[in-house]
Design a protein around this ligand. Structure first.
Ligand SMILES: *[C@@H]1O[C@H](CO)[C@@H](O)[C@H](O)[C@H]1NC(C)=O
Ligand SMILES: *[C@@H]1O[C@H](CO)[C@@H](O)[C@H](O)[C@H]1NC(C)=O
Ligand SMILES: *[C@@H]1O[C@H](CO)[C@@H](O)[C@H](O)[C@H]1NC(C)=O
Length: 333
């Protein structure tokens, strides 16, 4: 929802309404209003200086990094902006007005309207087609960010924490699933849970069908499946198409990679998620009696192990570790 803005500057447009929604991501800073803020913050609070193409890009860098509490962008003679990211706001009397937009801008998490996370159209970045919070890791990579790790993005109308893989095959991958990382996340869940997502971002997790659908319906995407079995690593990249968001139905067509096509039976058929009750892991294309992959496999009561299944040369094999990554099909690093 777009909150009405009192200031003249912001009165006309609210380009990034979604950025105002409440923050539920672990480790995130809540959007309570903060009365006091002064820019620039103490020099020692600035932990990173970089150049950006626009003030909005600078704001985006701050919003995607949970360490960042405030940021400032100043115009350089080159026409680019010097962007400073700071770990703290400075307490004291609030500034009267932000600097003229053409000279720069400052921001803080949850600040007053002048300093808040709200973006307006004049700030819209030239190089990145979004204003405020990035929709996915590909957009973050396009901002020039090359470190892999924990970020916040805007998906399915709210903020979610994700792991970005900026190293594999040019980077820009948003992790949607990871298993076998030690943190013991149960995958016997309800459809609601699978829609909303669950787990620990830094450990085992499932991003959530609503967020996945949000990404995939915007444009064509590739799904990369990485599998570790003993010392052996294999991977497969799929073209992923959303057939129906309501029924969680997807098409999978293998494009490349040396892993067996574990989703072959799910290709071209618009396979739904939770074909079986979700308490079996809710896997795509999983059907009773079928010898099919299931990276959401459940506990084997006789061995006490969580079974992640993927077909190999010898039929269905139990693997130790898996992850799935998503990236727009037309991504160019
Ligand atoms: C994971 O949970 C299962 C069942 O609760 C338990 O047997 C197993 O020891 C746990 N593994 C780890 C690594 O915590
Ligand atoms: C499969 O391909 C990946 C990436 O090219 C490579 O790193 C891996 O070693 C290959 N695995 C096998 C078993 O050949
Ligand atoms: C559990 O593991 C045992 C031993 O590997 C296997 O024979 C059995 O089929 C598994 N059970 C299920 C339900 O997958």
């Amino acid at each position: 929802m777009c909150r009405p803005m009192a200031t003249v500057l912001l009165a006309s447009l609210c380009a990034c309404a979604a950025a105002l929604e409440s923050d539920t991501a672990p480790g995130a800073v809540s959007l309570t209003s903060v009365e006091s803020a002064l820019w620039p913050p103490a020099e020692e609070a600035v932990y990173r200086r970089t150049e950006t193409a626009s003030t909005c890009n600078c704001r985006s860098l701050c919003l995607m990094d949970t360490r960042c509490q405030a940021a400032g962008a100043r115009l350089l003679s080159s026409g680019r902006f010097s962007c400073h990211l700071a770990s703290q706001r400075k307490l004291g009397a609030p500034p009267q007005t932000p600097p003229p937009a053409e000279e720069g801008a400052w921001f803080e998490r949850g600040g007053s309207p002048q300093l808040s996370e709200v973006c307006w159209w004049e700030e819209r970045g030239e190089t990145a087609g979004f204003c405020g919070r990035a929709p996915d890791c590909a957009a973050i990579r396009k901002l020039g960010e090359t470190w892999s790790g924990y970020r916040q993005v805007q998906a399915a109308g709210s903020r979610v924490s994700v792991i970005c893989d900026m190293d594999t095959d040019g980077g820009g991958w948003t992790m949607i699933h990871r298993r076998g990382e030690g943190k013991n996340t149960t995958y016997d869940k309800t459809e609601e849970d699978f829609r909303a997502g669950f787990g620990y971002t830094m450990g085992e997790h499932w991003l959530g069908l609503d967020s996945i659908a949000m990404l995939v319906k915007r444009e064509e995407h590739h799904l990369r499946v990485d599998l570790w079995k003993g010392d052996s690593f294999t991977t497969a990249t799929y073209d992923l198409k959303l057939v129906s968001a309501r029924d969680n139905r997807y098409d999978f067509v293998k494009l490349s990679g040396n892993a067996t096509d574990g989703l072959a039976e799910a290709g071209h058929q618009g396979f739904s998620f939770c074909g079986l009750p979700c308490t079996f892991g809710g896997w795509w294309g999983y059907e009773e009696g079928g010898e099919q992959a299931n990276l959401n496999g459940v506990l084997n009561e006789s061995t006490g192990k969580w079974e992640l299944l993927w077909p190999g040369e010898l039929g269905l094999e139990v693997i130790q570790r898996a992850q799935m990554l998503l990236r727009p099909a037309n991504f160019v690093p």
